[in-house]
Design a binder for this molecule. Structure first.
Ligand SMILES: *[C@@H]1O[C@H](CO)[C@@H](O)[C@H](O)[C@H]1NC(C)=O
Ligand SMILES: *[C@@H]1O[C@H](CO)[C@@H](O)[C@H](O)[C@H]1NC(C)=O
Ligand SMILES: *[C@@H]1O[C@H](CO)[C@@H](O)[C@H](O)[C@H]1NC(C)=O
Length: 352
């Protein structure tokens, strides 16, 4: 797991923050914005709908690898969390997105010294929640990682005192332990928020959680989807880093059911890149428009492929977004322009 961000990122990249904006055009004239959350009860399954504003592109901000709670016992760690909140507030203020996606590693659970990691998760989503912007999240490999005792705690300064959160009056000493919060627990707390469109996903896909699809609905006709946003748990933390065969099959069936002729664009979000990205990754140097310290990292891909990329390559309607997104924007541009060696159809079109 450490290859993904743990110590490696702590040392060099206190915060990986990405804000990418995708747009889905709308041809409709201006009309009052609607923030209502609607449900479609059409034949088949009910997908939650995210309404588009009339006369405006649908703008999605993606925040990946916020790593709240990283090095929680130092001064440095909490300061990065404060900085991250400030950056998110700035981005949300200037870009005013319609929707926000938390693309995994919202928290660094392996560094969190309290039992309830959702308290850190809540901080990470607070800029979005406080602005009343709806959001959705998907898990990364650090969100339910087991606590790792820092070696330095066993030298002279010793184990730091544990400060249990002021807000949780019910905490006893026992609860202020390092036992962490699993995916299901994190999701239970996340979906208590009215603004959250996240979902557990089907039970039979356990231990993966956060596999679901949202429908971006047309402002003119709620029955006409404008796009489908898919979320897949790419594993890591409490289980291997993989998108399982069952998840692939779930995606296949779901897409067949709700978008049989691939007429509606589909965007798929997950955290850990496919092994395909290793093949197309640039071997040295990344140029604009990809910026940031992440450009110095190698691709840390999933452990195995069980077929999701083959499936997606066959769907002309699909775009994939996984982290590190700056890689993707570069890699796939490069790939689309020059290489074209893995799949015959473009997997991603990025509008950065
Ligand atoms: C953990 O924190 C979340 C978010 O603040 C809260 O909703 C939940 O009730 C807490 N769980 C426990 C066991 O205190
Ligand atoms: C969600 O909405 C309900 C009904 O409007 C309200 O009672 C509740 O306090 C809200 N919950 C949160 C977490 O904002
Ligand atoms: C993709 O399409 C090709 C050609 O129709 C087919 O042979 C192949 O089985 C498909 N792969 C998947 C994973 O659906």
């Amino acid at each position: 797991m450490e290859t993904h961000c743990g110590a490696h990122w702590s040392a060099f990249f206190p915060l990986l923050f990405l804000s990418l904006f995708s747009t889905v055009g709308s041809s409709s004239p201006a009309a009052p914005a609607s923030s209502a959350i609607r449900f479609r009860l059409a034949p088949g399954a009910a997908e939650r709908q995210v309404p588009m504003r009339a006369g405006a592109p649908f703008k999605i901000a993606v925040f990946a690898d916020l790593h709240f709670g990283e090095n929680a016992w130092t001064e440095w760690g909490p300061r990065q969390d404060v900085n991250s909140i400030r950056v998110m507030n700035t981005v949300l203020h200037h870009e005013n997105p319609d929707f926000v996606i938390y693309l995994g590693d919202v928290i660094t659970a392996n560094n969190i010294m309290i039992a309830n990691a959702s308290l850190y998760w809540d901080q990470a989503i607070s800029p979005t929640r406080n602005r009343g912007i709806p959001w959705a999240s998907v898990f990364g490999n650090h969100d339910d990682a087991a606590f790792e005792w820092p070696l330095e705690w066993f030298s002279a300064p010793g184990i730091p005192p544990i400060h249990c959160p002021q807000t949780a009056t019910s905490y006893s000493g026992e609860e202020c332990s390092f036992k962490g919060t699993g995916r299901l627990g994190l999701m239970t707390n996340e979906i208590k928020n009215n603004g959250s469109f996240s979902s557990y996903g089907p039970r039979n896909l356990w231990p993966s959680v956060s596999n679901y699809v949202l429908e971006v609905s047309s402002p003119d006709d709620q029955q006409s989807p404008v796009a489908f946003l898919y979320f897949l748990d790419s594993g890591g933390g409490s289980y291997p880093e993989v998108i399982s065969s069952s998840q692939v099959e779930w995606f296949r069936q779901k897409a067949e059911e709700i978008n049989p002729d691939s007429r509606v664009p589909e965007i798929v979000f997950w955290h850990i890149p496919s092994t395909a990205y290793k093949v197309v990754a640039p071997k040295s140097g990344i140029e604009k428009p990809c910026v940031g310290s992440i450009n110095k990292e190698d691709v840390a891909a999933q452990e195995v492929e069980t077929g999701i990329m083959d499936l997606l390559a066959n769907r002309t309607s699909v775009q994939v977004k996984s982290k590190p997104a700056s890689y993707i924007c570069h890699i796939l541009k490069n790939y689309l322009q020059n290489k074209n060696q893995i799949h015959k159809t473009p997997l991603v079109r990025f509008e950065v």
